[in-house]
Design a protein around this ligand. Structure first.
Ligand SMILES: Nc1ncnc2c1ncn2[C@@H]1O[C@H](COP(=O)(O)OP(=O)(O)OP(=O)(O)O)[C@@H](O)[C@H]1O
Length: 354
């Protein structure tokens, strides 16, 4: 599919290899109701022109502060609501326009792991029934012996003891519950799993175990992951590429190493500046952004980040920057990159580490 030329997507955030998911100029605006008669008084521009691709077997992390639209992108891909504009294409099939009656195969192929394993597992169902539900719903098992074989295999896959399958969710720790959540997602044999803050609620050591499990599963099963997270320290260790969102837009996309070594958007720089550096003695220069994230009901003109950007100049206030390549595979939406290198504070080859 060719990338449409839109104000925010000069090029797609291209994934190497065959894409399993293509999102093209996605918009989701929620009506804002108020007044005496509860009429529509405005719009929440939650996602406002987002384009990206995920290759088969790839992890793309979607990062940004709370409220920037990450979960809304995930929900749009899951078809949990109708989108306002744009396209969502799964393995060559446009899914945002599919009638509800024909959504079933797509629902099997895209699964989700939510943040909170305590509330996302039905406390009144044994693990066995939680895992059997998607297998039955999607008609995956030939007979009851096949169902049992699949259940045992799922427990092995997420490294839980097989005999735990008859237990209830409350009998497990947070990390174990998240393993059950992952097993439930895997039961449908998906091509893509959306992990929406899937490790955010877990303790640090458990986080690392679940991230390692996801990475192992990705290699073993060739899964693609859309990893939604506000935690860049986690993302740094597990992703192939990163897309940074700010106020409903993607402002930068890059391979992991390139993004963490040399971010090309001032917002990404600020986010990274708060991430601890593993090397002893090294530190990133802390950048404290002024003010709060503006409201998505009335986003700033021009570049949405201009009200908080330390490098703002006149053009930023009136003209929206396009997402353009700064080097192979790395794109950023920032007018600074149109300036001569000597005037661009982000052009240096130097790492932000000092
Ligand atoms: N159903 C809804 N109706 C109205 N506004 C909504 C709805 N869902 C989300 N929003 C708004 O859309 C914006 C983006 O929300 P979203 O949950 O996608 O952000 P996020 O980056 O995932 O943040 P968080 O991690 O806090 O969930 C927010 O301003 C949110 O309040």
């Amino acid at each position: 599919m060719s990338a449409k030329l839109t104000n925010t997507s000069v090029s797609h955030a291209s994934a190497p290899g065959q894409p399993i998911l293509q999102v093209d100029d996605l918009k989701k605006h929620f009506p804002l109701r108020g007044g005496l008669f509860g009429g529509v008084t405005g719009q929440v521009y939650a996602v406002d022109g987002v384009s990206f691709e995920i290759a088969k077997g790839e992890t793309l992390s979607l990062v940004g502060e709370s409220g920037c639209g990450k979960s809304t992108v995930g929900k749009a891909v899951l078809r949990l609501f109708d989108i306002t504009a744009g396209q969502v294409v799964l393995d060559g099939t446009r899914i945002d326009t599919l009638p509800a009656s024909t959504l079933r195969p797509m629902r099997r192929r895209v699964q989700v792991v939510f943040q909170d394993p305590f509330s996302s597992l039905n406390p009144r169902m044994r693990v066995k029934d939680i895992l059997a539900e998607p297998i039955r719903n999607f008609g995956m098992a030939k007979d009851s012996a096949d169902l049992d074989r699949r259940l045992a295999h799922l427990m092995d896959t997420v490294r839980l003891p097989r005999d735990a399958i008859n237990r209830w969710p409350h009998e497990f720790s947070g990390g174990q519950r998240q393993r059950i959540g992952i097993a439930r997602a895997l039961a449908a044999e998906p091509d893509l799993i959306i992990c929406d803050e899937a490790v955010s609620a877990l303790d640090v050591s458990v986080k690392a175990q679940i991230v390692n499990l996801l990475q192992d599963l990705q290699k073993e099963l060739g899964l693609a992951l859309l990893f939604i997270s506000h935690d860049l320290a986690i993302v740094e260790h597990m992703t192939h590429r990163v897309a940074v969102m700010y106020l409903g837009k993607i402002v930068e996309v890059a391979p992991r190493r390139s993004l963490f070594a040399a971010p090309k958007h001032p917002y990404t720089q600020a986010l990274l500046s708060a991430v601890p550096v593993p090397q002893p003695g090294a530190a990133r220069q802390r950048i404290i952004l002024k003010g709060d994230v503006p409201s998505p009901i009335n986003p700033p003109s021009g570049c949405r980040f201009h009200t908080r950007c330390p490098y703002v100049f006149d053009r930023c206030r009136v003209e929206e920057p396009l997402l353009k390549p700064t080097e192979p595979g790395h794109t950023a939406a920032c007018h600074l990159h149109d300036l001569p290198a000597a005037q661009n504070p982000l052009s240096g080859e130097a790492s932000p580490l000092h």
